[in-house]
Design a protein around this ligand. Structure first.
Ligand code: MN
Ligand code: MN
Length: 458
C-alpha cells in the first residue's frame, strides 16, 4: 500500500534525537518548578505577570498608543491575565489567540469555616469544580489565599508548602468500622459536608480548642474570626510536583488541568517570533465552574482588553471588535483525557488520546450528542493541521471518552460565540481533576510547540 494512505499513530518518544529529548526534559524541569510555586489562580496570575514584565510586557494602561511589537497585558482582579504582542497588520484583520485557564478543582473554605467538634478544631469547606470527593481524604493539604480587612488591607496566606510548615488533612473512617460506608455508592461514600479539614487539637485553659486555634491564627496573621467573611482561602494538595516513571517520562502533580496548558502557552508567547498578526494569550479563571463571573472567560473584561488595543491603535470604529473576532482564530488550550490502562472501557480507542502521542486536538467537546459543544469546522481543522504538519508537530485528534458516558466543556464556545474559529488543543491527562494528575513530558513540549507555531502563523 502507498505510504500515507493509512493514518499510522506512533509514540512521540520514537525517533526523536538526543537534542530534542534534552529540550523536552529541560522544559518539564522548569514546568515542575512552576507547579511547585503556583497552586491557585492568584499565584498563577502573579507568576505570569512577573514573567511577562521580565520579558518587556507592560500594563496596557501605561500606553497612550500602540505600535508594532509593543507587548501589553491586563491583569483582571489578580485572578486572570490577558497578554498581547501587537502585529504590524490591522488588529481587525484578526488575532492569533491561545487561551488557557489557571483555576483548578479544589476545596474553598466556607465564609464561617472554623468550628470545634469532638474536641478537635476543623474548617468547613465547599468544593470548587468537579472532584471525586473520596480522593481528598487522608492526603496532606495546604491552604493558600487572601484575607481582606474592611479597610482594604490584604493578608496573603500560604501554609503547608515549606518543609517546616504544618500540613492539614481530611480524616476518613478506619476500615474496621467502615461497614456502613462500604455499602454506599462511591459518589455518596464521602459527602460534601464530610470534607472538613482537621486544623488543631490543643484546648485553651477553658478547654476550648476552637478559641485556642483562632488565637494562634490571630497571632500569626492578625485576623479575627469575622475576617473569614472577606477571604478567599483555598485548600489544595500539599504534594510536590514530581517526575514520574523509571524512564522519567511523565509528570505527576496537582493542578495540571489547566496549568499545563497555561505554562506552555506562556512560554510559547514569550518565545514566539514577531508576527504581522497580533498574538493574544488568555489565562482565565473560573473555567472549572462554568467560566462565569468577572474573572471568568464569559466576562466583558476580555472585550475591554481588545477594545483598549483597538483604541490605542486608532482602529476603533463601530463594529471593529466584531470584525476583529470574526477574523480571529484560536486554540482553546485545555487538557483532554488520556487513556487510562485501568479504565480503558471509558474510552473509544480509535478516538482517544494516548499520553506520549503528542498534543491533542478535540474538534468538539460537549456531552451526549455534542450538547453544548463548540464544533470546529472542517476548514479550520485543516488549517490547524497544516500549521502543525508544516512545523513537524506531533498531534492526535480525539474525543474525551465514549459517547454516552459523560462529557465536558472548555472556554472554546465562548470565543466561538464571538465569531472566532476555535478548536480545543491541549495535553492529555490521566487521573484528571484528582489531587495527583499525570501527563507526559512529550505532550507538554508538543503543546508548547503547537501554541508557538499557532502564534507565529501569518
Ligand atoms: Mn480544563
Ligand atoms: Mn477541568
Amino acid at each position: 500500500m502507498n505510504k500515507g494512505i493509512l493514518n499510522k499513530k506512533t509514540c512521540g518518544w520514537n525517533n526523536i534525537n538526543k537534542e530534542k529529548e534534552k529540550e523536552i526534559f529541560n522544559f518539564s524541569e522548569e514546568y515542575i518548578k512552576f507547579l511547585n510555586e503556583v497552586k491557585t489562580e492568584r499565584e498563577a496570575s502573579k507568576y505570569i505577570i512577573n514573567k511577562l514584565e521580565d520579558n518587556g510586557f507592560k500594563n496596557i494602561n501605561s500606553f497612550n498608543e500602540l505600535k508594532t511589537n509593543d507587548k501589553v497585558y491586563m491583569l483582571n482582579r489578580d485572578k486572570s491575565v490577558y497578554a498581547a504582542i501587537i502585529g504590524n497588520q490591522d488588529v481587525t484583520n484578526g488575532l492569533n489567540v491561545v487561551g488557557a485557564h489557571v483555576d483548578s478543582p479544589r476545596l474553598d473554605l466556607k465564609p464561617n469555616p472554623l468550628y470545634e467538634d469532638a474536641k478537635l478544631a476543623l474548617f468547613k469547606t465547599h468544593y470548587y469544580g468537579g472532584i471525586k470527593k473520596y480522593q481528598w481524604t487522608t492526603i496532606p493539604l495546604s491552604i493558600h489565599g487572601v484575607v481582606v480587612k474592611p479597610n482594604g488591607d490584604k493578608i496573603n496566606i500560604t501554609i503547608g508548602e515549606d518543609d517546616e510548615d504544618p500540613i492539614f488533612t481530611i480524616t476518613d473512617i478506619l476500615p474496621h468500622l467502615a461497614q456502613e460506608q462500604y455499602e454506599k455508592k462511591i459518589g455518596k461514600a464521602i459527602e460534601g459536608e464530610d470534607l472538613n479539614v482537621l486544623i488543631g487539637s490543643i484546648p485553651n485553659s477553658e478547654d476550648n480548642v476552637k478559641e485556642n486555634i483562632m488565637n494562634i491564627i490571630n497571632e500569626k496573621y492578625g485576623i479575627n474570626e469575622i475576617d473569614f467573611y472577606s477571604s478567599e482561602l483555598e485548600v489544595v494538595p500539599a504534594f510536590k510536583a514530581k517526575t514520574l516513571g523509571f524512564d522519567k517520562s511523565m509528570v505527576a502533580a496537582y493542578g495540571q488541568d489547566d496549568r499545563v496548558c497555561a505554562y506552555s502557552c506562556l512560554q510559547a508567547l514569550l518565545n514566539a517570533k514577531a508576527n504581522d498578526k497580533t498574538m493574544v494569550a488568555i489565562f482565565s479563571d473560573k473555567e472549572e465552574i462554568g467560566s462565569v463571573g468577572n474573572t471568568g472567560m464569559s466576562s466583558e473584561m476580555f472585550d475591554l482588553f481588545i477594545n483598549e488595543i483597538l483604541n490605542k491603535k486608532n482602529e476603533n470604529i463601530p463594529g471593529a471588535i466584531n470584525k476583529t473576532y470574526c477574523n480571529s482564530m484560536m486554540l482553546s488550550a485545555d487538557v483532554g483525557a488520556g487513556v487510562d490502562p485501568n479504565y480503558q472501557s471509558a474510552s473509544e480507542k480509535n478516538n482517544a488520546s494516548f499520553i506520549g502521542y503528542g498534543v491533542e486536538l478535540n474538534k468538539y467537546t460537549g456531552s451526549r450528542g455534542k450538547s453544548g459543544a463548540s464544533d470546529a469546522n472542517a476548514e479550520f481543522v485543516a488549517k490547524v493541521r497544516n500549521i502543525f504538519e508544516t512545523n513537524n508537530i506531533k498531534y492526535q485528534v480525539s474525543e474525551l471518552g465514549k459517547v454516552d458516558l459523560g462529557g465536558g466543556g472548555t472556554i472554546a464556545y465562548i470565543l466561538a460565540d464571538k465569531g472566532m474559529d476555535v478548536i480545543d488543543c491541549g495535553v492529555p491527562v490521566i487521573s484528571m481533576h484528582s489531587p495527583y494528575e499525570v501527563t507526559s513530558k512529550y505532550d507538554i513540549y508538543s503543546a508548547y510547540e503547537a501554541y508557538k507555531a499557532f502564534f507565529e502563523e501569518h
